[in-house]
Write a protein that binds this ligand. Sequence first.
Ligand SMILES: Nc1ncnc2c1ncn2[C@@H]1O[C@H](COP(=O)(O)OP(=O)(O)OP(=O)(O)O)[C@@H](O)[C@H]1O
Ligand SMILES: [Mg+2]
Length: 394
Amino acid sequence: MVKKRIDPFNEMIYSRIPALLWGVLVYVAAMIFQFLTASLSLSSLFFSGLIAIHLILHWWSFYWFKKKPWIYFFIQGIVILLCVLAMQAASPVILIGLLPLLIAQSIGVYYHTLKIILTGLCFYVLFFLALILVNDTDDLTVYIPILFLILIVVVAYSILFFRQVKARIRTQTFLKELELAHQQVEELTLANERQRMARDLHDTLAQGLAGIIMQLEAVQAHLENQNTQRAQSIIKGSMSQARKTLGEARMVIDDLRKDRHDQYDLTETVKNEVNRFTTATNIPIRTKISVPQNMSPFFIEHTVYMIKECLTNVSKHAKASHVELVMVQQGDHIHLEIADNGVGFDEKKRESTFGHYGIIGMSERVRLLGGEIHLKSKKNEGTQVIVNIPLKKE
Ligand SMILES: Nc1ncnc2c1ncn2[C@@H]1O[C@H](COP(=O)(O)OP(=O)(O)OP(=O)(O)O)[C@@H](O)[C@H]1O
Ligand SMILES: [Mg+2]
């Protein structure tokens, strides 16, 4: 489940509340100013409506900021101009009170010097235009310094303020992302566990049973040829394999896998597997094994399962008359190669993965070992499985 992300613009609510209060203050001041210098008329009602629009737009400003902030600033500019026209006597209060606020807002939205300067300039033009429209240019020498002073204070304050707000939003976003990552790690761990169980079931039970079937088929062939002695020795082999498979399955169930190959020597284990294969299938294997003695149990476990899967595949699918197994150290990695001269298969037309998990399991094991696997096969040209595993990444 993906959690809802923080909307940074909506989070700007912390910057909207003080600005809203400031807007109310300007409204009250303008009303008092108008009342003292002229008289409150119907136009002050119109002004109240305009201020309400201004504040509502302000409250929903994040909605515009996501799309086209300039539309927001344009509409607010018009609203302020109409306010000035409605309350001509209070025009300095409105202009000096509201315009710096919009410029401050542009800092929070754009965070881009040129755009902020441009917005500021537009509002300055609006300021002069409004004063010319209400014929109040005489007191410009007083208004301009006041506007400047207020602007400097507001801009300085808003830079600090927006920095803090953005830092807070960033921290919260990081926290949310961390939470999300944590959840994903949990899900991945579960998926990994499922993969591991599927692989283990395949490589113990499925592979073991396939081996026993293979041996029983050989027994049947020998019995048909009255070769009871040979049949008996294979039966002994399959009984021991059945016990081994059962033991391995139990270990998987008990999740004791980690210690399974502690006592095994890699070369020895691989040779045993090769002997078992040759006894059951009568297919000769030429081996070349030369690996360091102190390989980790992790490496041994995965490598042995891969070799077993390759040999099982040869006996199940290849109809080969010869197999070659090479496992040698080449520089900083172990090179493993299992090649048969069997019927091969078309890589592109490989059967759907449903019911075929051996190669998938091998790829997963190679990935866990930090190595790479290549499968080379063509119809009637045999199959070659090449695995390279770095020694240091075990
Ligand atoms: N040595 C090989 N010779 C010929 N075909 C092969 C060989 N190895 C694999 N294949 C082909 O690739 C397919 C996929 O092999 P994979 O090991 O993934 O599944 P599987 O052996 O059919 O079933 P599973 O391993 O799950 O019991 C096989 O069905 C077979 O067609
Ligand atoms: Mg297989």
